[in-house]
Design a binder for this molecule. Structure first.
Ligand SMILES: Nc1ncnc2c1ncn2[C@@H]1O[C@H](COP(=O)(O)OP(=O)(O)OP(=O)(O)O)[C@@H](O)[C@H]1O
Length: 358
């Protein structure tokens, strides 16, 4: 699928915008703080119902205005559209193909959008909770039933922790009851996360080789704290330890995803350029997995990806994106020119002008 038109009213620094776009590569270039990322943010809201930059979308309403209007027209087999009205009071109304949608859940699954922003680099480097959150988010997009298993698991772990904290003579029996319920949910979560990580690893290796020129080997491993084949037994073994520590110390809420470049942990060894290449490969892999399960090619948004990549990696990256509609922001004119077959848009103070490639 690809976005054919974006209309904005009172969104961030856009008083009004009505801009058409092309399949293939669309480059938004211009000086800092002119409104390039704001365009990506608007597309992301139309696809995923929320911003990738702020928690409260109401912050995206132009200062001094009551609300913002976003309209995205896109081509699947037929022309389709999504409309979002964001109120300053945080209220949001949505329309899909001109028909009001009841909730956000209805919006998802229409315009597929995957974004890469510099913030994503944290996922690879920082706390395991970010990697777990990443996996849960991506799996939820393709397996709605996973969301329920995860929700139930989280609820029971919280109840089990509360029981461990107020330990009394019945705690042992209560723990057994919680463990019996947890076993099934742990099995579902591990099965899905491990299958996703396997597929992710396969696609990331392929794309990473293409971008880096094949000089580095990536491996991605799911690190479980309870083995999938011995869930009930492990929970039983952990009982004494949990009673002493007063907390539920193992399970999917403590697992991690380890990423290695040439056998070395990226959290310790990777350079900024290596990290960026890796995250790009991960995002492209997510896009392919989403495409495989939905039959639609999502729109890819790349915010400021070119900084820290050398010329070879930049060119290789563009080669790997064939057949995908991509929006790239850059503050560097030279990058815009590097993209010989791209459509260029000059962004200045909340306006967008299409430019001819010279
Ligand atoms: N709610 C808002 N109302 C009005 N203007 C806003 C609002 N939020 C952000 N802006 C303006 O939007 C501009 C920033 O836009 P954006 O983040 O898209 O910049 P950019 O072109 O991507 O810059 P960079 O190259 O630095 O990343 C700033 O001028 C900022 O003042």
């Amino acid at each position: 699928m690809y976005l054919t038109r974006l209309k904005l009213i009172h969104f961030r620094n856009y008083e009004q915008l009505n801009q058409s776009f092309y399949p293939g590569v669309n480059v938004l270039y211009g000086r800092n703080a002119q409104g390039k990322t704001n365009i990506l943010e608007a597309i992301h809201i139309c696809g995923n119902g929320k911003s990738f930059r702020v928690n409260a979308d109401s912050k995206a309403v132009m200062e001094g205005k009551e609300g913002a209007y976003l309209f995205a027209e896109y081509a699947e087999n037929i022309d389709r559209s999504v409309e979002v009205l964001i109120g300053k009071d945080r209220k949001k109304s949505l329309k899909i193909d001109g028909i009001p949608a009841k909730n956000l859940k209805e919006l998802l699954g229409n315009l597929f959008v995957v974004v890469f922003s510099p913030e994503d680099m944290k996922m690879a480097k920082e706390a395991p909770s970010l990697r777990r959150g990443f996996l849960d988010g991506e799996i939820s997009k393709i397996r709605p039933s996973y969301v329920d298993a995860l929700k139930n698991y989280t609820k029971i772990v919280a109840q089990k922790n509360a029981a461990l904290r107020r330990e009394n003579k019945n705690t042992g029996v209560v723990l057994d009851a919680y463990n019996a319920q947890l076993t099934g949910y742990i099995r579902i979560i591990l099965k899905n996360r491990k299958a996703y990580v396997n597929k992710l690893g396969e696609y990331v290796r392929e794309t990473h080789r293409a971008i880096s020129g094949g000089t580095e080997e990536i491996s991605i491993v799911y690190k479980e704290t309870i083995p999938e084949t011995e869930i009930a037994q492990t929970l039983k073994k952990l009982r004494e330890k949990e009673l002493v520590e007063g907390t539920c110390g193992a399970g999917p809420h403590r697992d991690d995803m380890e990423i290695l470049i040439n056998g070395k942990d990226i959290r310790v060894f990777a350079s900024q350029g290596q990290l960026r290449t890796l995250m790009l490969a991960i995002k492209t892999a997510c896009l392919k997995i989403l495409e495989e399960s939905t039959g639609e090619t999502p729109v890819l948004l790349l915010d400021d990806v070119f900084s820290e990549l050398d010329q070879t990696r930049k060119k290789n990256l563009l080669r790997t994106l064939k057949g995908i509609q991509v929006f790239i922001t850059t503050a560097d004119d030279a990058d815009a020119k590097l993209l010989s077959r791209a459509h260029l848009y000059y962004v200045e103070n909340g306006t967008v002008r299409e430019r001819e490639q010279k």
